[in-house]
Design a protein around this ligand. Sequence first.
Ligand code: PEP
Ligand code: MG
Length: 560
Amino acid sequence: MGHEGFRIPRRFVTRDAIDDETDRLEKAIAASGDEISANRKIVCDELGEQYAAIFDAHLQMLRDAKLHDELVEMIRQRHYSPEYAVSRTLRRYAKVFREVKSGYLAERASDVVDIEKRLLRNLLGIRREELANVSSPVIVLAHNLTPSETANLNRDFVRAFVTEVGGPGSHTAIVAGALEIPAVVGVGPFLTEVSGGDQVIIDGDQGVVILHPDEETLARYHYEAERNRAYATQLESLRTLPADTADGVHIELLGNIEFSSEVRHCLDRGGAGVGLYRTEFLYLGAEHEPTEEVQFEAYSSVIEQLDGQPLVIRTLDLGADKVRPGQFDEDDKNPFLGLRSIRLSLRETDRFRTQLRAVLRASALGDVRVMFPLVSTVLELRKARMVLHDVMEDLEDRGIPFNRDLPVGMMVEVPAAVVMIDHFVPDLDFFSIGTNDLIQYTLAVDRDNKEVADLYNACDPAVLRLIQMAVNAGRRHNKPVNVCGQMSGNPVYTMLLIGMGLRQMSVRPSAIPEIKKVCRSVTTTQCEDIAARAARMDNARDIKNFLKDELRKLLPEISV
Ligand code: PEP
Ligand code: MG
């Protein structure tokens, strides 16, 4: 992409933010100067002084007093954001250089563009640091937040967030659910319409953001919030009751967690254990790769809190969007189809072994099960099992205790795995359907892309047929089947999933009470009838409307 490939929208800062924003500009200029000086030194040491001279020109330009005053004036007098001031001013300089009929000056234009990019990157970096260190209540409005940035949000102060890009099935949205921060991910361009201090409503349930709401809308939302609180209080009475259907069929309702601190939420809400522990968040949130000991400690803490209830530890699902800051590979055009998840673990086996050692040691402490993510071929499963076996031998040789009969499962989230499911099942003790990825790979819809978010549909008939195939295989082989994608945490799908034969669901902890309520309000016969009728429909829209209607008939108080 050429240097004109990005545009900084004209944004304004409020009067009381002017000092802070000017300060951010100064810091960005200083940080950019330090970077250029460091580069100058490297080039000078390696290639000699004459090659380093180019950096002097950059430094001179960056520290030019006239440029500095012009930028500050734009923020102070015209209330432009520092990003917009930088972009507008430096682009104007570059244009002037380009238009002068001198080869030397025309070349300087690209230096100006370089400085613009460097300053913008540093301005953004400072913003991101500020985000990690907020100390008073804020609502975050951002172009994008990665899952690892989201994981590092301070939930004591971040009341809600909205991003322009991303999708509702993204890991950023999942982490928001884990932190119980109301969020709308992938709402489209809106940042030019809003400034710090403006009033906004963020409706995470409906995926709606309302800028500058009128009195009537505000009153409606206050009323809704009150109603939701009352409903949540009413559901608290179900906490200690089982998630059995009205005709007495037991549904095992478990929680999905990303952080060990969530176990408490899961149990407080009446979860019967943890059906999915996304262990990669130990990596995403950390400055350094967690050691075996750090992982073992985290697992031990979860096991202790669970007090005998089951814990399914999923091995690292790193890659694609789940990378540490600065590790995103911009050259990888298809990261969701690339080296991620179990593929990465099998490529970098040292890291995989370290984790498996921690899992196995933890297996001596409670009801631990291990699960491999994104398996797409039987050979992958066998290789993963071989590494596990190898690590077991190692621990045995060293006399370290672990559970030799540790149950081994896999995520079913690639259509190929469903098609070949009968060949996987003999090597498995259980499996869990990951609808988040299953939807994206079945429908060829990026779960992270708002442009196609309307096509990302859990109730697309193609997805439902694959789920049904997987459930049937579990029944044929008498192996437990779980569903742990976002779908199982949405009450619209609960009756359908039970009707398809599922008896285990793993959901974000905050969804447990509502899902339990649905389970306890229906009979399996009702559910089977609903599943049979849905199976005869040929499109997602009809199925979704039908399921919503059925849920409203069952529980009129629920908002869907
Ligand atoms: C899934 O894909 O459904 C799943 C549970 O895994 P993740 O959301 O972490 O990719
Ligand atoms: Mg997945």
